[in-house]
Design a protein around this ligand. Structure first.
Ligand SMILES: Nc1ncnc2c1ncn2[C@@H]1O[C@H](COP(=O)(O)OP(=O)(O)O)[C@@H](O)[C@H]1O
Ligand SMILES: [Mg+2]
Length: 283
């Protein structure tokens, strides 16, 4: 079943509402552990700058949202967190990105290991369409040489359950990934990312090609997933950022303008540019 592509509009309400439970949750934030952290991180594309001097903490088992107008560097920053730019010709990263206190750009660090610890889910669902649902989920494990049937079965079930897809596919694991709806395919992409047990999950506008119902499912899923993994999500939907995230970082023309807990960010931003953006004055 094909799902509609929904154009997402600029926010209509002046300020997205933030769930009330968040205040209490965040009052304990001082005890929260930092899982990742960037220090003066910049990404250059040839002579152009994607993001400049970004220093940002990413708290363990929390959701950090990256917001800002198109072209401000959200994707660029996200990709720097698992060394995806290594694969982009002409891209150059400077500064540091620490994972558990270790710089992922330090000499001798294997980018493949980093990408296993820091997984990624893209804007468009990325299943291999002709590959079975099962094989899609365990593709990453097979790549690193896991062949044991029981292990693969166990991981597939665990990952599909974590991605809230198990009940819908458990009787058709051998059918092609491409036979699923768009929303299911995105959850399949999430299951594939989770199969290798990442510590951090990066999501680049994961619901922008999905209908409202599927979007809601993914948002609910994020809420559950953060008990197990640290999540960084790029979204251009202000309501979504307010609903799903604990912390928000606002980017503008390649710079981090403001970072705060989501509640404060949406109710009492420090910067006028943040205020203007979240109230829909530009975007
Ligand atoms: N592969 C690339 N080569 C050159 N410039 C790029 C590349 N990817 C992104 N950029 C540029 O970097 C800036 C930030 O882009 P991007 O991170 O995609 O923004 P966002 O995700 O916030 O829309 C933009 O000016 C964009 O044109
Ligand atoms: Mg982007």
């Amino acid at each position: 079943m094909a799902e509609r592509v929904v154009a997402q509009k600029a926010p209509e309400t002046p300020r997205p509402s933030v769930s009330e439970s968040k205040g209490a949750e965040l009052s304990q934030a001082s005890e929260a552990k930092i899982r990742m952290e960037t220090r003066d991180l910049s990404v250059h594309y040839g002579s152009a700058t994607g993001v400049r001097d970004v220093s940002l903490p990413i708290y363990d088992k929390k959701v950090t949202a990256l917001i800002g107008p198109s072209g401000c560097g959200k994707t660029t920053f996200l990709r720097a967190l698992n060394r995806m730019h290594d694969l982009t010709r002409g891209a150059r990263v400077t500064g540091q990105a620490l994972l558990d206190g270790e710089d992922i750009y330090a000499k001798g660090v294997d980018p493949v290991t980093i990408r296993r610890k820091v997984g990624m889910v893209f804007q468009k669902p990325t299943p291999f369409p002709t590959m079975s649902i099962f094989d899609n989920v365990v593709a990453g494990l097979k790549l690193v040489g896991v062949r044991n049937r029981d292990v693969l079965d166990g991981v597939a079930e665990r990952a599909l359950k974590q991605a809230a897809l198990w009940d819908e596919v458990k009787d058709r694991l051998r059918t092609p990934g491409g036979s699923l709806s768009g929303g299911q395919q995105q959850r399949l992409s999430i299951a594939r990312a989770l199969a290798v047990e990442p510590e951090v999950l990066l999501m680049d506008e994961p619901t922008s090609s999905l209908d409202p119902q599927s979007t809601k499912r993914i948002e609910e899923l994020i809420e559950t997933l953060k008990h197990d993994v640290t999540i960084v999500i790029v979204t251009h939907n202000m309501q979504q950022a307010a609903r799903v995230s604990d912390y928000t970082a606002f980017f503008y023309v390649g710079e981090l303008i403001e970072y705060n807990d989501t509640n404060t960010m949406f109710t009492n931003p420090r910067e006028k540019r943040t205020e203007d953006y979240i109230t829909g004055r530009f975007g």
